[in-house]
Ligand binder design. Structure first.
Ligand code: KG4
Ligand code: ZN
Length: 342
């Protein structure tokens, strides 16, 4: 029997990327992302500017996604959108757009939790990716999130730990800013770290019980360290940028890996998946590969385009919910704080 093709249009607008994707079942036909450059000059995301940019981007981004997929909107089976968590003004743009388009086309509307989408991105059909087996551990690491989640099934997830303050991407970006690197500094820290000595300088690791994380103390200790050293040598940062980046990155990776190892020990699960923008970091990728050898883990890292905020990951959740008949009605409202499984 030939399988029935379902076409899902997905919309993501939770932070500073406006994205639309078209999926045919589990395959991504198009995944268009408009990254808002405006925030660079402010060294971080400015919420008011983000929602304004979403308003400008959303129509062209959706048109482009449909055109690239070569799909007419009349062929769509449903519209999936990010309901939360994220910036309220940003979420509102995607939510209202999705609602009115679904109403106009008279097709079902599907709400998606952005954090679940980062995890379920692993189930996008792609020859470069493998699907994790249930149950698995998922660590979502980005500029907005740091969580370890036990994934029993698509919609049966348990948050085991999360950050109590900054997200890990923020730790990268704020450390980079202290070194005078432009926003977002994470990829630059990674680049310099590859040339430096990870043991050149030691930074303290936070003492947080269980599987939760904390990154704000690290930022403060880097600040004091840089202040102390530049008092002695004003060119300290420029002269030692590779070693500083390598040492900062090493500390951040130790914090992440310690908790991931603990989560694997506590649950007995050796299937480990990561996602989010920080999953692009070459150090974390190397650490996970190493853990396959030393700890017997099977690790999964999605393609970079499915790690950073994108509508493809919203679309896969949309498709999985479509199969289960999990639809949303027109009374749905954006939700800035939206815990997994709630
Ligand atoms: O998932 P994402 O695109 O957006 C959020 O949801 O936040 O993640 C962006 C974050 C930024 O903090 C950025 O600095 C970080 O991911 N990032 C990296 C690397 N590439 C992106 N951090 C460390 N190393 C990288 N190679
Ligand atoms: Zn995200």
């Amino acid at each position: 029997m030939a399988s029935v093709k379902k076409y899902i249009l997905a919309i993501e607008s939770s932070c500073d990327d406006t994205s639309a994707a078209v999926l045919c079942n589990t395959k991504v036909l198009s995944n268009v992302v408009a990254t808002q450059e405006i925030h660079r000059q402010y060294g971080g995301v400015v919420p008011e500017l983000a929602s304004r940019a979403h308003q400008q981007n959303i129509v062209p981004v959706v048109h482009q996604a449909l055109a690239k997929a070569n799909i007419d909107k009349k062929q769509l089976s449903a519209i999936a959108f990010t309901r939360g968590p994220g910036l309220m003004g940003s979420l509102l743009v995607g939510t209202s757009f999705a609602k009115s388009l679904a109403l106009g086309l008279n097709i079902p509307l599907i709400e998606v939790n952005h954090m679940e989408a980062h995890i379920l991105a692993h189930f996008i059909e792609d020859e470069e990716m493998q699907k994790p087996q249930f149950p698995f551990l998922a660590m979502t690491i980005s500029g907005g999130h740091t969580q370890i989640v036990k994934v029993n099934h698509y919609f049966d997830m348990e948050v085991l730990g999360e950050t109590l303050d900054d997200a890990v991407g923020e730790a990268f970006d704020k450390s980079a800013k202290l070194m005078g690197l432009p926003y977002p500094g994470g990829p630059l820290v990674d680049k310099h770290a590859r040339e430096g000595n990870p043991h050149a300088y030691a930074f303290p690791k936070p003492k947080v019980d269980g599987l939760n994380f904390s990154f704000s103390g690290l930022k403060t200790s880097i600040l004091y360290f840089l202040q102390r050293e530049t008092r002695k040598n004003p060119d300290f940062v420029q002269q030692h940028i590779d070693d500083i980046c390598a040492s900062v990155q090493h500390t951040i990776l130790e914090i992440l890996m310690d908790k991931l190892v603990l989560a694997a020990e506590q649950t007995g699960i050796k299937q480990v998946a990561i996602g989010g923008g920080v999953a692009a970091n070459s150090g974390i990728r190397a650490r996970l590969k190493e853990a396959e050898e030393t700890l017997g883990w099977k690790t999964y890292i999605p393609k970079f385009s499915y790690c950073t905020d994108n509508a493809g990951m919203i679309g896969i959740v949309g498709y999985l919910k479509f199969l289960e008949g999990q639809f949303t009605d027109q009374s749905v409202a954006a939700k800035a704080r939206y815990a997994i499984g709630s």
